[in-house]
Write a protein that binds this ligand. Sequence first.
Ligand code: ATP
Ligand code: MG
Length: 356
Amino acid sequence: MQNDYERNRIVAASAARGRPAGIEARGLVRDFKGGVRAVAGIDLVVSEGEIYGFLGPNGAGKSTTVLMLSTLLPPSAGHATVAGHDVVREGAAVRRAIGASLQESALDPYLSAREHMLLQGALHGLSRAAARARGEELLERVGLSEAAERKVKGYSGGMKRRLDLALALIHHPRLLFLDEPTTGLDVQSRTALWEEVRRLADEGVTVFLTTQYLEEADVLADRVGIIDRGRIVAEGAPADLKAEIGRPAVEALPEDPAQRERLAGVLARIGELLPAAAGGAVAVRLPAGARDLAEVVRALDAEGISLAELRLHAPTLDDVFLAKTGRSLEGGGDREEAQQEGAAAAGGQTGGSVRA
Ligand SMILES: Nc1ncnc2c1ncn2[C@@H]1O[C@H](COP(=O)(O)OP(=O)(O)OP(=O)(O)O)[C@@H](O)[C@H]1O
Ligand SMILES: [Mg+2]
């Protein structure tokens, strides 16, 4: 005999048949009272099974976009389909196909994880037995089995985030919206969540994920949309976006400051000199990428110039953001400030921009 849960799955599956679990938005706009245009005309397409990262600073319009795509907020203009259903006219069908873990999660501090799963199951029309079984499976999956009886008020931020993810998955959604799922998490919890998101995508779930973390978008997303002030300013695979910015640069600091001019002369023979180097260093864009490093070292050796420091700065998504907006995602400051930060960040081997 079919229970409610199975019936629910069959209905959802047949409703979804022939409709790819993607997202398509055209000219999406959302205005708020007081003249705030939070989302100012967004076009995007996310394919089934893709992880799409929506990267942008505070107030860029990420959550507002997620709320519109998940039917919780009506657009002021434009339209969107999710899993083939219009978010305004076919809201119920969209909601059956999606799971959402929102930025303002609605966990009850006085309920345990297990109680949350039962309640969420009931909301989706599962029988108590089905909700219990699926609840246990998901709590196990997100590593909360041992804490399942404890009240949420004693949970850490990471535990709450994982519970929220489990709740979003109870009805086997084909699409998942995650609004800043790792903000405030430690490195370990963040990595664990990334792995879970990857596993879901491998199972064919489409993931739309917002983040303020460059590294998160870079390592997790198949494609990234960079959003600023309600508009998408760049979109593509992280590697392609970074490649558009150009080749890596190398920054060299002479041991003897008086050698700076000679150093610049040698580096200018190798590639285009860059203006941004701080603290007496000289920066040059490498025409053939990191392969040119050996030539740099050989040339300086031949000229007898000793270095105090040599750093390779590979383009990051922050450089992409900087190129498109004139501001840094990391600092949020103006261009000058951002460039100084960029130079400081070049201290790392690749200038990796992790906002931890
Ligand atoms: N309910 C609301 N009423 C009025 N203004 C709002 C409302 N919700 C959002 N806004 C404004 O819309 C803009 C975009 O907000 P949104 O929450 O979408 O940004 P976000 O990219 O999610 O930022 P964050 O990284 O801080 O979560 C902001 O200027 C915000 O103040
Ligand atoms: Mg937000």
